[in-house]
Design a protein around this ligand. Structure first.
Ligand code: SF4
Length: 281
């Protein structure tokens, strides 16, 4: 088996020491190794945030999108070349805030891509403002009196939007997170892993200890959609990890007829591509 280091560049990570991003990075590299993925057939699309810096030290094809726009790019790549393994590595603010609409509509379309959400309740890169997943009462630079609105729940949102694989992991439990990533990446359809990850610099509440005392793993995937939704709302003294839904549905690549024959392998069907390109100048 390959060493996870094959997925590292020679750039050293600049994340704060102890950041939950390290656990996610480690689990992702291990999952790719166990799945026998290759550097050249894997593409990761990043949003904007601390998570997005991973592009510099992750040795696969990478694109850093605009804030919140990782999912349209990831879907476009998959449609153009369905032979690639396409993963979107995004932040909670990035994906559920700025990119919320893209997330909902991607889940509805069911493209065969995986979304890994770095969920730490803050905008870490811009020094710790509250993100859409911040809990009520959380004091941050942007909410000095505490967050007043209830948080968005990425797991519930993914379920009601139609995602076919929905799960939650914890960056402090790397072996379990590796397994979740493997299942999500192998899933044929839109798979979501919401990863609880401490921002050790700007969130002094949701620390590793705070999370370790609360997280537990679901023994089984809930049998029905309603059971999954009800379970996704559990938060507080007990926080469930694991798979909330895993179902099969037609993917957008199936509908478009490109799941078995990647678009890039088809002839262009135009006699002179230069003339064609000039039409759009
Ligand atoms: Fe991690 Fe927070 Fe530091 Fe960003 S600011 S690298 S999320 S600890």
């Amino acid at each position: 088996m390959q060493d996870p280091k094959v997925f590292e560049t020679n750039v050293k990570p600049t994340w704060c020491p102890g950041c939950g991003n390290y656990g996610i990075w480690m689990a992702l590299k291990s999952a790719l190794v166990k799945l026998e993925s290759m550097n050249h057939n894997t593409v990761i699309v990043y949003g904007v945030g601390c998570h997005g810096n991973m592009r510099d030290w992750m040795h696969v094809y990478g694109v850093e999108g605009l804030h919140g726009r990782a999912l349209p790019i990831a879907q476009g790549i998959k449609l153009a070349n369905s032979g690639l393994k396409v993963i979107a590595v995004v932040g909670d603010g990035d994906c559920i805030g700025e990119g919320g609409n893209h997330f909902i509509h991607a889940a509805k379309r069911n493209p065969n891509i995986t979304v890994i959400i770095h969920d730490n309740e803050v905008y870490g890169l811009t020094t710790g403002q509250a993100s859409p997943t911040a809990q009520v009462g959380m004091e941050t630079k942007s909410t000095p009196l505490g967050v007043m609105e209830p948080p968005m729940n990425p797991v519930s949102l993914a379920l009601i939007s139609g995602a076919t694989f929905v799960s939650r992991g914890f960056s402090g439990a790397i072996p379990q997170l590796t397994e979740l990533f493997m299942k999500a990446i192998k899933h044929n359809g839109f798979s979501v892993v919401d990863v609880l990850q401490p921002c050790v610099t700007f969130d002094k509440i949701h620390t590793y200890d705070w999370l370790r005392k609360r997280v537990y793993t679901l023994e089984n995937t809930p049998e029905t959609f309603t059971d999954g939704i009800m379970k996704s709302f559990e938060w507080g003294e007990k926080i469930p990890l694991g798979i909330f839904q895993e179902i099969q549905k037609e993917t957008v690549e199936d509908r478009e007829g490109v799941s078995k024959t990647p678009l890039v392998t088809l002839p262009l069907g135009i006699p002179d591509r230069e003339i064609f390109i000039r039409m759009f100048r």
